[in-house]
Design a protein around this ligand. Sequence first.
Ligand SMILES: Nc1ncnc2c1ncn2[C@@H]1O[C@H](COP(=O)(O)OP(=O)(O)OP(=O)(O)O)[C@@H](O)[C@H]1O
Ligand SMILES: [Mg+2]
Length: 567
Amino acid sequence: MSRTIGIDLGTSTTEAAVYRDGKKELIFNPDGLAITPSAVGIDESGNWVVGERARAQYLMLPESTAIEVKRKTGTDEAITLGRARYTPIELQAKLLSYVRAYASAYLGESVDRAVISVPAYFNDMQRRDTIRAGELAGFTVERILNEPTAAALSYGLDHMEEESHVLVYDLGGGTFDVTLLEMFDGVLEVKASGGDNQLGGKDFDELLMEHLLGRFQDRTGKNLRKDRRALARIKDEAEKCKIALSDSESFHILIPAICVLGGVPAELDETVTRAQFETLTKGLLQRTHEPIDTVLADAGITENEIDHVILVGGSTRMPMVARDILDYLGIEPVHAVHPEYSVAEGAAVQAGIISGEIDPAESLIMTDVNPYTLGVRTDDDGSGDCMNVVIPRNVTIPVTRTERYTTCRDYQTEVLVEVYQGESRIATHNHRLGKFYIRSIPARPVGAEELDISFSYDLNGILKVSAVLLSTGMEKGIEIDMAKGGEKAQDLSGWKEAEGAKTWRAVIRTAERLLSRPQALPEALRGSLREATDELKKALIHGNREDAEAEGDTLRELLRIAKGGGV
Ligand SMILES: Nc1ncnc2c1ncn2[C@@H]1O[C@H](COP(=O)(O)OP(=O)(O)OP(=O)(O)O)[C@@H](O)[C@H]1O
Ligand SMILES: [Mg+2]
């Protein structure tokens, strides 16, 4: 069996690690670094660039480069690179392919299994899309692991004897996670997890950027907010400034020739002090308080019972973070693990446990929880919009719960089951994961027919829902990701697995084999072939049959020409 690696697919940076020869080991990229920027782009000759090179390209060609794609995971938002549009899944897959390639090179063997970490507060859709991205990159995704749990696992392995309550505070580039764990006798039990998947270092950069843009406009009258290249350079400098301010009291930003004013190049010249930066961004840290309170309440413990607060994520290097935690919880947090490496290392530990590389007798036992409440929409109060909880948040997973419902009208023959995730008592204020109908219910008086709805939440944090009509034993289930394309996706899902799609996958493989041998093709043909391949993949991912057929035909024709068939 091939080796399983652990991957921390971060908003800003990506790390990989492996467990071998009895220890955690970071995997280095071709630049000799363990940290790879989470950037993907297409260069001027139409080739993909990933990591460090993409990050550098972002300054010159922001319109062909994507950063912080993870923030868009779980959405259908298209990301434009040059002329083509991509889904977040496709770009995350490019990043993961890059990791797979360098991990294989580093380990000297083919790597096609991975444990990938995600923010604990990622929802069902975001988890599924992460798995899809992994698969598209050629990985078998063995497990989706919550990032703070991964960090705790890495910590736990080195502190097996400890008996304590640990709060993991993970402020990364794009997301904030907070998790409370209890450790005892080699057992690591997650009590509660919460967070904000739209809060991270990126938001600190953006507030600073906005400050710089405002100052520049005040001084020169020029608004740079629509100038993509200027924005990319200011963002880059803003992040540098933020990082520098973690060590120094002030930082001087100087960006030459940021734009042209009255025919001459103008520069952005601004000094920012740490105090200024902290005033500008203190609201962001305040947003961490509510999730902390919720997690403590859900875990049923008070601040006084916390033994350690462990800091994870690059953004916890900002001195204001530790100060804020001390102010808020009265506890001095510690950097007990490496802020950037511990999540990947923990994922590698999990990979080692799954693959048997780590002797189960000597390893930790770990349990995790679901961070969101899951339920169905019902008509309890006559408004038709109640969130009926099936699995409350922060119960240990895997978990299966069943709730019984009855028909609510005379002679009702059909029930619509809508599945929601979230904390509001009003169902539609939450996030709808999917819906399905139970049909052919025998027409009987109100309440006479009973229905059992079961929710199973697995170790990856993915939900399966099924329903049984008691009188007939009829069963119906859904895969929640149907929610994405609604009914349409449901119709097409059968087709995706059918012969048609399989044929196109074979065509894609042929095309990719050809593309991997650049000398075999004339430049112009290569470009078209690459474009058609990418388009076909996209159509397949979206389950768009019409597009797939059209793109598939184009690709086939190109292959015929490429193989010497002539135009
Ligand atoms: N010394 C520092 N001071 C302040 N911020 C820093 C420092 N070093 C790194 N950062 C910030 O940390 C963030 C990246 O951290 P990290 O690599 O842990 O995030 P990530 O794992 O990519 O994101 P996430 O976990 O949110 O998906 C960036 O916003 C970066 O600017
Ligand atoms: Mg992270």
